[in-house]
Design a protein around this ligand. Structure first.
Ligand SMILES: [Fe+2]
Ligand SMILES: [Fe+2]
Length: 499
């Protein structure tokens, strides 16, 4: 499965980004909830969920949270936990694809519908999802590989939950939000993952989230009756029985299910649910931190990309700064760099990490990732101004780039900076199959494309920053925070705190 029309009907593959100018447009103040809710579509893509899965989960979770009498502080923690619950989902995508030998998004979506406690059904569903489209022997090989890895499910869930919890902490959300994400796959009876805690040992917000996200997936995929049957069946096994009983009373609440089915009104509904009397605003520092947080989600998608987004952003920003651009412009370049590969979240790791030659169809899927960057970012308040330039990073001055084949007249400076930074980073970074190339070799390769792919003046800027060691210094400090924001901590520190 790749980025498919069925997964994202509201996203199209057709439109060309509008001509972009180098003008820096200040953004109007926006609410944090507006930014995060719009970005959840990227997380739905990675997790193989229907568009709006996270938003619908948030609606259900908040309703349940209010029904059980959570305090305002707890509701706030639940709200952000619901929006970020899948922030760690990219960290296990490569492993899922390698183990199953199938598209990770398909596997993730399909395995969510199996009751793990039923060993027979689990084995059957696992077999169905192994080596899809491959020979019977290959399918059997993947099935046996999974069967011989008894801790596989726990490890995969642990990686996702810990990473998601750390990203919530990194972004400065309440500790309870991180905790809710860390234990979201624990089950009431103690057979969940990763720790197997049970009953009221499981944080209350995690119990709410598990019920909300599972119900959402069933109702959206199989209908309301199936969703309610699932809740009744798993009451007291997966779910807190008291919470399950509350949810079962919602069956005839037509207004709720209509609201959830209204894709166009969903985001506004979620923004209206923000549980504070004074909306939390997305300051510039906070927007930088969100861009950085999502860059780490993007880079975690593949073992080959390491710190790619962060380094591309820093290289491009260093070039803009060296060229004497304003701090506000440099900040836009930085954000565009951090988010330029957002669309890669929609690509299966079976294709993204394929060791052999790509088929033409697979190549098209890879080359379309900037379209998804564009489609997602242009709907995110405050990031919309950088959407076009971020999505033009594989275009060339001579029109021979992808995915749109745009040429010089519409490629603004940010796009040209990102194009240079993207190639420089790809050539300089270590890969599992080769070490990073030396500066002279990289510049020699890139110089051949000056004037056809790359802007001549900006290449000169890049060359001087490569030769004076600026880029190398940036690469060595890529795990350092880009901005110092009170309450927002580096990812590595966040991981240490929640471990
Ligand atoms: Fe890219
Ligand atoms: Fe890139």
């Amino acid at each position: 499965m790749n980025v498919s029309q069925s997964l994202i009907p509201r996203l199209s593959t057709g439109p060309v980004p509008p001509p972009v100018s180098a003008a820096v447009r200040p953004h109007a103040a926006v609410r944090l909830s507006e930014v995060l809710s719009a970005l959840t579509f990227a997380l739905d893509l990675t997790e193989g969920q229907r568009p709006g899965h996270t938003l619908r989960t948030c609606v259900l979770a908040m309703r349940l949270g209010r029904a059980v009498g959570l305090s305002e502080g707890e509701l706030e923690a639940l709200y952000y936990a619901a929006l970020l619950k899948d922030a760690g989902c990219s960290s296990n995508a490569a492993r899922m694809a390698a183990l199953f030998g199938s598209d990770d998004q398909d596997v993730k979506r399909n395995m969510r519908f199996v009751d793990w406690q039923d060993r027979w059904k689990l084995a059957m569903r696992t077999a169905q999802n192994c080596g899809v489209g491959r020979s019977p022997l290959a399918r059997l090989r993947h099935f046996l590989m999974i069967a011989r890895t008894p801790d596989m499910t726990r490890d995969i869930i642990q990686a996702r939950c810990e990473r998601g919890a750390a990203i919530a902490a990194q972004l400065g959300f309440p500790r309870q939000s991180s905790e809710a994400i860390a234990f979201v796959d624990e089950q009431w009876c103690g057979l969940g993952h990763p720790t197997g805690i049970s009953g009221s040992e499981i944080p209350m917000l995690s119990r709410i989230l598990l019920l909300a996200q599972t119900l959402e997936a069933y109702v959206t995929e199989e209908g309301l009756d199936a969703g309610m049957r699932m809740v009744r069946d798993r009451r007291g096994r997966w779910f807190d029985p008291q919470f399950a009983d509350i949810v079962l009373t919602w069956k005839h609440d037509a207004a709720l299910w209509h609201a959830l089915a209204d894709q166009d009104g969903l985001q506004d509904a979620v923004i209206a649910l923000e549980p504070t009397s004074v909306p939390t605003m997305a300051t510039d520092d906070r927007l930088d931190a969100i861009a950085q947080g999502f860059a780490s989600v993007i880079d975690a998608k593949s073992p080959f990309t390491g710190q790619h987004s962060t380094n591309v952003a820093r290289y491009a920003a260093a070039m803009a700064s060296s060229a004497g651009r304003s701090p506000q412009y440099v900040r836009e370049v930085l954000r565009a760099g951090l988010l330029h590969d957002l669309g890669k979240l929609g690509i299966s790791n079976r294709i993204l990490d394929k060791p052999g030659k790509l088929t033409p169809a697979e190549r098209t899927v890879i080359q379309n990732h900037p379209k998804w960057t564009w489609e997602i970012l242009r709907h995110v308040p405050a990031f919309a101004p950088i959407a076009a330039s971020a999505s033009l990073h594989h275009e060339r001055l001579d029109g021979g780039g992808y995915p749109w084949g745009l040429s010089e007249s519409v490629l603004n400076e940010t796009a040209r900076l990102l194009s240079l930074a993207d190639v420089y980073e790809a050539l300089s970074a270590d890969r599992p199959y080769r070490a990073g190339l030396p500066v002279d070799t990289i510049l020699g390769i890139m110089r051949k494309d000056v004037g056809t792919a790359f802007d001549r003046d900006l290449f000169d800027t890049a060359e001087s920053l490569a030769r004076d060691g600026t880029f190398a210094a940036i690469a060595q400090t890529s795990d350092q925070p880009l901005v110092e924001v009170p309450g927002i901590i580096p990812l590595r520190e966040a991981q240490r705190r929640i471990a």
